[in-house]
Design a protein around this ligand. Structure first.
Ligand SMILES: *Cc1c(COP(=O)(O)O)cnc(C)c1O
Length: 397
């Protein structure tokens, strides 16, 4: 087998440089632990940006994948498959929404939510087609397609990619007043993450989500809740909006929905909203494929059966309490909910991250100064203790 160094060189040679991965090769993995070709082990504290809530290769999800793999994996939506209906039923129960539209990646699900909102705006609200406006938040992360980066305020994500999709307004995240001021008669939707993940685990002020809900209802504007990263128990609730007992109009889901095995995303909304689609108006060759449905179905079963929200809440508190004992004057904030935790420094965090990796803890800085810790929800208390010892020694050195 090639060494880590050889693999990295080979990978860098031909691949576009749109990522700057850390110098670690994950050759195999199990649960919270990942291993490089040299057999060294690491704690995975990033979980593929929260796609690995169940840990790597969760045995029951792998078994569901293998079982479905031996029956049929892809049918396209030209025909029915035997699992899609069950997937719909389970996701509908979990979200409390009447209808579901399946896609593959988070960005596609966000696109789908934007298209839904524009159509609803035209068909139901009566906004002239072409005039629909959507409001998003500064420092959001919703994905990488052209329409999605049209909502971005990150110059690196936008530079050289114009022209952008029109009809988008940006307001400050956490500022309900700014949202209400930005709404016009043509506004069809407001989209936000309940906690901004990529921006550095940014929590809005308490009461914000509730006010957003009230404002959207008052002005007949759809509230699109992007829970691609926060959903499926990551923050200690099934969905992070539950912290304020808020019900959005559209859930956008992805990442952990695929059980760490397949890209599976979806939006969920009530019939009044999602019935704007007729045959031919939207779709995806792979969306709703039986293999994806089978792993997602098993993942949703496990999240409920094993009460993942409670696990994430309790382990998150345990982990965060430990992190708060670390003495380093360069740490200016430790925040988060459940097992989505940000440690913010007053200086770039890259050096610390590289040392963590050298010590056996995989993490990555986000927005330069914040290290996000988001281990799989199946992490044991013993594993938290062991990883914490490494984190403490690195951050206090
Ligand atoms: C990761 C993410 C997306 C995009 O998902 P992809 O599968 O990478 O396209 C969208 N929204 C949020 C909040 C995310 O964290």
């Amino acid at each position: 087998m090639l060494s880590s160094k050889q693999i990295i060189e080979k990978t860098k040679k031909i691949g576009a440089a749109n990522y700057k991965p850390k110098d670690v090769v994950i050759e195999h993995a199990s649960g919270v632990m990942v291993y490089n070709p040299e057999g060294e082990q690491f704690f995975d504290m990033l979980s593929a940006y929260s796609a690995h809530n169940f840990g790597h290769l969760h045995p029951e999800i792998v078994a569901a994948a293998k079982e479905q793999r031996d029956k049929v994996t892809l049918t396209s939506r030209a025909f029915h498959n035997a699992v899609l209906g069950d997937f719909y039923e389970r996701l509908s129960q979990l979200t409390g929404k009447e209808m579901v539209l399946p896609m593959n990646t988070g960005a596609e699900a966000v696109e789908t939510a934007l298209k839904t909102a524009r159509r609803w705006g035209n068909f139901v609200k009566g906004v002239p087609d072409g005039q629909q406006e959507i409001i998003a938040c500064g420092n959001n992360f919703h994905g990488r397609t052209i329409s999605v980066i049209s909502m971005s305020t990150d110059e690196t994500a936008r530079k050289g990619f114009g022209p952008f999709t029109p009809g988008i307004k940006i307001v400050k995240f956490g500022d309900a007043r700014a949202l209400e001021d930005a709404i016009t008669e043509n506004t069809v939707a407001f989209i936000a993450e309940p906690i901004q993940g990529e921006a550095g685990v940014i929590l809005p002020p308490e009461g914000y989500l509730k006010k957003v809900r009230e404002i959207c209802t008052k002005h007949n504007v759809l509230y699109i809740d992007d829970e691609v990263q926060t959903g499926f128990a990551r923050t200690g609730r099934m969905f992070a909006v539950e912290y304020e007992a808020v019900v959005p109009d559209i859930f956008v889901l992805g990442k952990a929905l695929g059980g760490g095995i397949m890209p599976v995303s979806a939006i969920a909304a009530d019939r009044e909203i999602l019935s704007v689609f007729e045959p031919g108006s939207h779709g995806s060759t792979f969306g709703g494929n039986p293999l994806g449905c089978a792993v997602a179905l098993k993942a949703m079963d496990i999240v409920i059966r094993d009460n993942y929200p409670k696990l994430a809440l309790e382990k998150g508190k345990y982990f965060m309490d430990k992190l708060r004992t670390i003495r380093n004057p360069k740490i200016i904030d430790i925040r988060g909910k459940g097992l989505l935790i940000g440690v913010e420094f007053c200086c770039p965090a890259e050096g610390y991250v590289n040392e963590l990796i050298r010590g056996g803890v995989l993490a990555k800085e986000t927005h330069e100064r914040t290290i996000r810790f988001a281990p799989p929800i199946i992490i044991t208390y013993e594993q938290i203790d062991k990883a914490f010892e490494i984190i403490k020694s690195v951050l206090e050195a």
